[in-house]
Design a protein around this ligand. Structure first.
Ligand code: AMP
Ligand code: GLY
Length: 442
C-alpha cells in the first residue's frame, strides 16, 4: 500500500541532535489530537509530548497546557517556552490564521500548511480555483452574489438536489444539500447576506471516501483511504455531524480508484502545492465522491487530519509517525520510508445528549479502563478521548463528541466487534452513538 513519490534529491539538513529525542507540541484537544499523542508517545524518537489544550485522555500519557489551539499567539509563546522541536497542528482555524507561518519564521518546525495554502479549506472558492487550474475533477459550480441570480442558478441545477456551500470556515456546517427549493433559496440568501457570496454546486452522486496525503516539497505519501459517517443516525439518517465513526481501509477505494485519484488529483495538486510560495508541509485531506464508473471527484479539501479519520488511519502506520511528521515539517519527507500494517481499524463516536445541536456537558463518564490508555495500543481496542476532562478526579464530558471506541484487527468485522464491545461498557447519561459504523463495507 506504500505510495511515496520521490521528486527531489535535495534534502533539508537534519536539524535535530540524534539520540536526544524530539519534544513535540500538538495543538488541539479532540479525538484526532489524542490519536496523534498516542502515536507520538509510542515513538522511540520522541522524548516529550505536550498538548494545548489536550483532553483527559492526553493528560494520562502526555502534558496538557490550558491554552486554546485557536489562540495563535499563546500557542507560539508556549512552543518557544517549551523549546519544542516540532509543532503538529490539529485543527484548521489556527492554520488559516497563520500559526504555521509564524512558527517557521521563528525557526520552529511545524506540521501544517501556511495561511495561504490553508485557504484550500478556508475558502471553497479558492479550492475550486485551485482544482480548475490543475484540471482536477470536481463538481461544476456557480458563484452567486445577488438575489437576482438565484432563480436562474437554481433552475440550472434543478434535476438533482441542490448543494449550497458557504465560502467561509464554517466548522463543517457550511454546506446544505437539499431537494427543497425553498430551503436552498433561504440558504443562498442567508449566505449572501452574511458572506457577500455563496457557491451553488452540481450534485455528485456515488460513494464518499477520503484520503489523507502527507506532503511537502520533496514527496507525498498517501495514507490508507477511509470512510466517515457524517450523519447522526443509523442508515445515514438525521442531521450532519462532524463525523460519528469511520473505518479504514475503505473497500470502495479499489486499486483502480486509488490509481485514478493519485494520477488525476494528488499528483497535480502536489505539483502545485510544492511549488507555491511556501511549499505545503502537512497533510491534505482529499474528500472524494466515487461514481459508478469508479471515477473520483473532489468534494472538498481540508488542510489537516480528519476527525475521526485520523483515529483510524494513524494506527495503520507501521513506521515512526514522529519521524514522518518531523521530516515533512522540514521538507525532507522523501527521505522517509512509510509502511502500513495489513490491518483494519474502525472507530465509533460517542456523542453527548443534544449533539449536533446544543449539548449537555459536565456529565460523569464511567466504564472506561483509564489505565489501559497508556499509549501502547497493540491491543485490539482502545478509547480516543475528545470532549473529556478530569474534574475533582472524576471523568466528565465537556463537548459534543465525547470520545470514540476504536478497534483494530486483521479483518474489518473483527475491528468493528472490538470497537462495539468496548463502547458497550461506557456509561454517559443521554449519550448517543451509531450502531452501524462500517455497514457499507460489511
Ligand atoms: P463539504 O463540507 O464540502 O465536505 O460538504 C459536506 C458534505 O456535503 C459532504 O461530505 C457531502 O456529503 C456533501 N456534499 C458536498 N458537496 C457535494 C456535492 N457536490 N454533491 C453531493 N454531495 C455533496
Ligand atoms: N470528518 C470530517 C472532517 O474532519 O472534516
Amino acid at each position: 500500500m506504500f505510495r511515496c513519490q520521490r521528486l527531489s534529491g535535495d534534502t533539508v539538513p537534519w536539524g535535530h541532535e540524534e539520540g536526544v529525542g524530539l519534544k513535540v507540541l500538538v495543538a488541539g484537544g479532540g479525538g484526532r489530537e489524542h490519536s496523534l499523542a498516542i502515536a507520538l508517545v509510542a515513538s522511540p524518537t520522541v522524548a516529550e509530548v505536550h498538548l494545548c489544550p489536550g483532553n483527559a485522555g492526553t493528560s494520562l500519557i502526555a502534558t496538557n497546557h490550558d491554552i486554546s489551539a485557536d489562540d495563535v499567539d499563546a500557542v507560539i509563546s508556549l512552543a518557544e517556552q517549551l523549546n519544542v522541536d516540532l509543532v503538529v497542528v490539529g485543527p484548521e482555524a489556527p492554520l488559516v490564521n497563520g500559526l504555521a507561518d509564524i512558527l517557521r519564521q521563528r525557526g520552529i518546525a511545524c506540521f501544517g500548511p501556511d495561511a495561504d495554502n490553508a485557504m484550500l479549506e478556508g475558502s471553497k472558492l479558492r479550492a475550486k480555483q485551485a482544482m480548475s487550474n490543475n484540471d482536477v475533477p470536481t463538481a461544476e459550480y456557480q458563484i452567486l452574489r445577488s438575489d437576482s441570480d438565484i432563480d436562474s442558478a437554481l433552475d440550472a441545477y434543478s434535476n438533482h438536489p441542490w448543494v449550497v456551500k458557504r465560502d467561509v470556515l464554517a466548522g463543517g456546517k457550511g454546506v446544505v444539500v437539499t431537494t427543497d427549493r425553498h430551503e436552498a433559496r433561504e440558504a443562498i440568501l442567508a449566505a449572501i447576506e452574511s458572506d457577500g457570496e455563496v457557491l451553488l454546486e452540481a450534485f455528485l452522486s456515488g460513494e464518499e471516501a477520503s484520503m489523507l496525503v502527507m506532503m511537502d516539497e520533496s514527496a507525498f505519501v498517501c495514507l490508507p483511504a477511509s470512510q466517515d459517517h457524517k450523519r447522526l443516525g443509523d442508515g445515514d439518517s438525521g442531521p450532519n455531524t462532524g463525523g460519528m465513526g469511520a473505518y479504514a481501509p475503505a473497500p470502495v477505494f479499489t486499486d483502480e480508484v486509488r490509481r485514478k485519484t493519485i494520477e488525476r488529483i494528488v499528483k497535480p495538486m502536489h505539483e502545485d502545492l510544492r511549488n507555491s510560495e511556501n511549499p505545503y508541509r502537512g497533510v491534505l485531506y482529499v474528500g472524494l465522491m466515487i461514481d459508478s464508473e469508479s471515477d473520483p471527484y473532489v468534494v472538498e479539501f481540508n488542510v489537516r487530519f480528519g476527525d475521526p479519520e485520523c483515529q483510524i488511519t494513524l494506527p495503520l502506520i507501521e513506521t515512526d509517525l514522529a519521524q514522518h511528521l518531523f521530516a515533512a515539517a522540514q521538507g525532507r519527507l522523501a527521505e522517509e520510508e512509510v509502511r502500513f500494517l495489513d490491518s483494519h481499524c474502525l472507530t465509533v463516536v460517542l456523542a453527548a445528549e443534544g449533539y449536533p445541536g446544543t449539548v449537555v456537558k459536565g456529565r460523569r463518564i464511567s466504564g472506561i479502563g483509564l489505565r489501559s490508555q497508556d499509549g501502547e495500543h497493540s491491543s485490539a481496542s482502545w478509547i480516543n478521548h475528545a470532549g473529556t476532562a478530569f474534574v475533582d478526579g472524576e471523568l466528565v464530558s465537556t463537548g459534543g463528541r465525547v470520545l470514540s471506541a476504536t478497534g483494530m484487527a486483521p479483518s474489518l468485522r473483527e475491528a468493528c466487534e472490538a470497537a462495539y464491545h468496548l463502547i458497550a461498557k461506557i456509561e454517559l447519561e443521554g449519550s448517543q452513538h451509531r450502531s452501524d459504523i462500517g455497514y457499507r463495507a460489511l
